[in-house]
Design a protein around this ligand. Structure first.
Ligand SMILES: [Zn+2]
Length: 627
């Protein structure tokens, strides 16, 4: 199968220039970006003479061109009735004569959605010459165009690079048998075959070309100055790209199927998911939960009742969803239903069923230590003193700062306007690699559950991620209680820079398998309906109390009192607390700074537990978050 003609055979710059010169009434929607960040797709709509033409593509320019092609094929169709010798130059007048109806009412929706296909089929379009570098050329200025600046390095696809670098060869593409949910395309260069997996053929093709470039640039000295930086970056990609692509693909597939009441809820820049696998078999991979988000709680919305989510960064939110999933699976096990957990005879301790593993996918490097040095670092800078420092997120903003100088934060201080400090995702990942994903309360029932692997879709730098998630502490931490360790998950990642996102969504989505979607407003830490999130402190603590009740552990928990306080619950597990203290004192002893906790007042809320006849039952005062 030869896919070589795919949209590369159009002189896009001429097309854009002609279009801008002739169509003065054009108006454009803002760009919408979707899909995994290492292979995003852009959508844009062209409004012209009362009609709308949608274009999708791997770059903003490609999306624009596809929208223009939609318009052109539309006008050609309109003119076909009476004119047999249409040319693009006559579009404008032909349009005026023939097309007075709304496209949305007359064109099947699939045409707008599959503009990429439409482009491929528009072979009548004049072809002047091949131009593989069109993505690097800037648009001519136009009052109607709002093109945000992009990182130029990102604008060239691996397909274009491969074709230009090997311009003397005919490259052949083959569509292989599908691998589960994914499309498989291979490209043959100099007699060797390079395979790519993707959620559609286009993505698979791009990845096949990327894999070809990676392999070939190792063996041939490809001396192409134009793509020097990008080729170097491809070489620093790490691990099995098939697995990252697969995780990205199944995550995106679920996300795209979610139903949002408003488009603004769907926009995101960071997405993370946790994937369950059995026996390391990719076919068994199942997304358990996913989340999008880049926001933290505003100090104005702190809750003394544990009702606000403090941290809605995607990876943090998805791990809270995983805890909710663990509670559900533990309850299933208690009831004797199929579950990922197996209990001992008196149902007081559980362990994961054999061969079940959990894998984290994030479309970009975690904020903080793992990300902050990724941009332009060189090997000799790796041991600088500033490396390894604990960092905290900025309230109401992107990025992180070193926590140096901060030891603690107070409730009244934050209430008066001090910023609310939340530790970076990188630091929390380090914590999960020592304390486990299950957190404090669940440690009373299960041994630490560690991430088997971490896959990162962009800005991955092996040295930095390794140092971040275990390297900076592994030789200094030594007094961990039984069952705790410094865990070293498998790492994979793409080094490419993510698309610069100018939209920082205020909304954070989370989804849990068989529980559906919940949308959070990050700054208030509650759902868009102003209700408690199902994964806030109170909600998860209530799940814990339910589990204690179901396993007859409630009496020991509350020591025969009716009420129980959240912070006292958290002090009960001595091993967990000892492991946590060891980790935090290790950070301190290495001069990496102090882990800044939330004000104590936010943890000392009361959980309501009621008695019903002889059995102690969970008494929910929290119907809002039951869904
Ligand atoms: Zn983060």
């Amino acid at each position: 199968m030869n896919m070589d003609n795919e949209s590369l055979s159009i002189d896009n710059s001429t097309l854009l220039r002609d279009f801008n010169e002739t169509q003065h009434n054009q108006e454009w929607s803002p760009f919408i970006c979707y899909g995994p960040s290492h292979l995003p797709t852009f959508k844009v709509s062209l409004y012209l003479n009362g009609n709308r033409f949608d274009g999708h593509g791997s770059s903003k320019k490609r999306a624009k061109i596809n929208a223009i092609m939609q318009y052109k094929s539309f006008t050609m169709n309109c003119n076909a009735d009476s004119e047999t010798n249409n040319t693009i130059e006559s579009d404008k007048s032909a349009f005026k004569r023939k097309c007075t109806f709304l496209m949305e009412n007359s064109l099947p929706k699939t045409i707008a959605l599959e503009s990429q296909v439409a482009v491929n089929q528009t072979t009548e379009t004049p072809v002047s010459k091949r131009n593989y570098t069109d993505n690097l050329i800037e648009y001519p200025p136009s009052k109607n165009l709002t093109i945000e600046p992009q990182v130029a390095i990102n604008q060239t696809s691996a397909i274009s690079m491969l074709h230009e670098i090997f311009s003397g060869q005919t490259l052949t593409y083959e569509h292989e048998q599908s691998h589960g949910l994914l499309e498989t395309i291979s490209v043959i260069v100099s007699g060797n075959k390079y395979i790519g997996y993707g959620k559609n053929k286009k993505e698979a093709k791009e990845i096949a070309c990327r894999n070809a470039l990676k392999s070939l640039s190792k063996v041939l000295s490809i001396d192409n100055l134009k793509y020097k930086n990008q080729l170097e970056m491809l070489l620093t990609d790490y691990g099995d790209s098939k697995i990252i692509d697969y995780f990205a693909g199944i995550t995106d597939k679920i996300y795209q199927k979610l139903e949002f009441t408003e488009n603004k809820f769907k926009e995101y820049s960071v997405i993370a998911s946790i994937i369950k696998m059995t026996e390391e078999d990719l076919n068994s991979a199942q997304v358990i939960c996913l989340a999008t988000g880049t926001k933290c709680l505003s100090g104005n919305y702190m809750s003394l009742n544990g009702e606000s989510l403090h941290d809605c960064h995607a990876e943090i939110l998805t791990r809270r969803c995983l805890m909710k999933y663990f509670y559900k699976e533990l309850m299933e096990s208690v009831k004797g239903y199929p579950s990922i957990f197996i209990s001992d005879s008196n149902k007081s301790k559980f362990k994961l069923a054999k061969d079940i593993t959990f894998h984290l996918y994030i479309n970009t490097a975690p904020c903080g230590e793992g990300r902050v040095y990724s941009f332009s670092d060189t090997e000799h800078q790796l041991n600088r003193l500033s490396r390894g420092l604990l960092r905290s997120k900025i309230e109401n903003g992107a990025g992180t700062v070193s926590v140096f100088g901060r030891e603690f934060q107070t409730y009244d201080g934050v209430a008066q306007g001090e910023r609310l400090v939340t530790m970076s995702c990188s630091d929390k990942l380090t914590r999960w690699n020592v304390l486990g994903l299950q957190g404090n309360l669940l440690s009373n029932f299960v041994e630490p559950i560690y991430l088997e692997s971490i896959s990162i879709g962009s800005m991955f730098n092996l040295h930095h991620i390794k140092r971040t998630i275990y390297g900076r502490i592994e030789n200094s931490i030594n007094r961990l209680p039984q069952n705790y360790k410094v865990h070293k998950p498998k790492l994979r990642g793409y080094s490419i820079l993510p698309r610069r996102s100018t939209t920082q969504s205020s909304y954070c989505t989370n989804w849990i398998v068989s529980e559906g979607i919940e949308i959070i407003k990050g700054s208030i830490g509650r759902t868009i309906e102003n209700k408690l999130s199902r994964v806030c402190k109170t909600s998860l603590a209530n799940e814990y109390i339910k589990l204690c009740s179901a396993t007859n552990n409630l009496l020991t928990l509350i020591e025969n009192e009716n009420n129980v306080f959240y912070d006292s619950l958290k002090n009960k597990n001595e091993n967990y607390v000892a492991a946590k203290n060891e980790l935090l004192s290790t950070f301190k002893s290495l001069n990496f700074g102090t882990w800044v906790h939330k004000p104590e007042e936010l943890k000392s809320f009361e959980l309501h537990v009621g008695k019903k006849s002889d059995n102690i039952t969970y008494n929910s005062n929290n119907q809002d978050c039951e869904s």
